[in-house]
Write a new protein. Structure first.
Length: 496
């Protein structure tokens, strides 16, 4: 964040100052957790499901916050914005916000972020947007690695990709920032358009259109309509706009007609018509891909990824395409991809215990597409070892609506097709029961576990030295605790 006087902030967000000198300058970052406030920072008094940030304003001020952005007067230096009703963007963000105070602070936060982008863009800031049903975070992390080698880069931590995390990340940028990478999620039509208004991107990448959030959208075509809002928000080609599209996904490739930006395509399948493509893809024993990246300029560059799963090839190509569009040399982009290590927690985090059991912790989130990618990585890892079993510890894929039971049943069948030997199904919802029943019906050893501790015990009984296990579910299930428990099981086996 750039230094701003309290009076400037009030003017930007349409608020009024209370208990503060208008000349007071905010010099630190914005925070919505009072425990993380830095001296000179801006505290965001956002209401939550359990606590209201307004109650923590005095503590934030005592910790050094120069100003509190609030929807009512508090006993601290503050800029007060009036409640405005429901927030723009994700309408589910403040279901617990009956008085609109959260929406007011959120709108003010977005206005402040937009003002910052408007100030920094003429000075050389490039904003990049990334969206897709799967792979957004991995691609965002790869981009941060590549672009970070060319100049100061800001990218969201983890999956800060909604109407709160997006402007919060934007405000991390300052006068020295050259690249701002924005991961953009949607739970409905209009959400990505809203995020793009907060930080207008010059380059936008659409990775894929899958079935994540099918319950909210209703169809893949509606998901495509929402994801395509990113390319619609890009400037025209003459103004430097570039849309990076997946040539292997017809719904994404079809977005070319929705943008005035220059279109740059990529193909993990090696389509020679794509601008960037991969050939010679080979997976090692831990499902890490090596391939040749063809840059569309006649160059061919070797890439050896350190992240796991064949699906990472498409993510790497998308990141390379965005980087090249941003002016990065293709050879430098390929070299950076080869040096990139996983940066976000609980996403294809692969660790091998002392007894040789490999634990694939991909538990941060799940949808049908990412589940199949994780299962493929599991099967590959087990197949590379003589006699090793592939064990899947899976919970529920959320937000699938009426398709939930059918999608989980199909997932159980997919386990058998991939050669998975055993399933531990975590939970007791109709969808998880359908998963377990389908897997058992396909000949897979299937065990049901009611909670996370039971899942650890069940998997520990199945696993033998040298086996591979995938732990994956939607975020709400918190199955990273199972992955941690299985790693601890290995330590206990050693007598630690």
């Amino acid at each position: 964040m750039i230094p701003l006087r309290a009076a400037e902030i009030a003017a930007i967000v349409g608020g009024r100052l209370h208990h503060v000198d208008p000349a007071t300058t905010v010099t630190g970052p914005a925070e919505f957790d009072s425990r993380k406030v830095a001296p000179g920072g801006l505290f965001l008094a956002l209401p939550g499901a359990r606590v209201d940030g307004h109650e923590f304003a005095p503590a934030a001020a005592a910790a050094g916050a120069a100003l509190v952005l609030a929807a009512r007067e508090v006993d601290a230096p503050c800029c007060v914005v009036e409640p405005t009703g429901r927030p723009e963007g994700n309408s589910d963000a403040y279901a617990h916000d009956p008085d609109g105070s959260g929406a007011a602070v959120l709108a003010a936060l977005g206005a402040l972020a937009r003002d910052l982008v408007d100030r920094l863009t003429p000075a050389g800031l490039t904003v990049v947007g990334v969206t897709g049903s799967a792979g957004k975070t991995s691609t965002k992390d790869m981009l941060a690695t590549i672009l970070g080698g060319a100049g100061p880069t800001v990218a969201p931590a983890g999956s800060f990709n909604n109407e709160i995390g997006h402007p919060y990340t934007v405000l991390r940028a300052d006068a020295g920032t050259r690249f701002l990478v924005a991961e953009m999620s949607a739970r409905g039509v209009g959400h990505i358009a809203h995020l793009a208004r907060i930080a207008p991107p010059r380059i936008g990448a659409v990775l894929n259109v899958g079935t994540a959030h099918l319950g909210e959208f209703g169809s893949r075509e509606t998901i495509a309509a929402a994801k395509g809002e990113l390319v619609e928000a890009l400037p025209a080609a003459a103004a430097g706009g570039v849309a990076v599209l997946n040539a292997d996904d017809p719904l994404v490739a079809g977005m070319a007609g929705r943008t005035a930006a220059r279109v740059l395509t990529f193909s993990a399948a090696g389509d020679p018509a794509a601008d960037l493509r991969a050939t010679g893809v080979v997976l090692d024993e831990l499902a890490r891909a090596s391939f040749t990246l063809h840059d569309g300029r006649g160059g061919a560059h070797p890439v050896r990824l350190r992240v796991h799963g064949a699906h990472q090839v498409a993510n790497a190509l998308a990141a390379a395409a965005v980087a090249i569009a941003a002016g990065i040399d293709p050879a430098a982009a390929a070299a950076a991809l080869s040096g990139h290590a996983a940066a976000s927690a609980h996403r294809m985090d692969v660790r091998t215990r002392a007894d040789g059991v490999t634990v694939i912790n991909d538990s941060y989130n799940a949808n049908p597409d990412s589940m199949r990618a994780g299962i493929a990585a599991l099967a590959r890892t087990a197949a590379a070892r003589d006699g090793a079993a592939a064990v899947a510890v899976l919970g529920e894929m959320g937000e699938l609506g009426e398709a939930a039971v059918a999608e989980h049943r199909a997932l159980g069948e997919a386990l058998a097709e991939a050669g998975v030997d055993a399933l531990v199904a975590v939970g007791d919802s109709p969808a998880v029961r359908a998963l377990a029943e389908a897997a058992a019906g396909a000949g897979i050893t299937s065990v049901s576990a009611g909670d996370r501790p039971a899942a650890v015990r069940a998997a520990a009984r199945i696993l033998r030295p040298g086996d591979a296990v995938l732990v994956k579910a939607s975020y709400a299930d918190g199955l990273w605790r199972v992955a941690e428990g299985l790693l601890d099981e290995g330590l206990q086996d050693e007598g630690a």
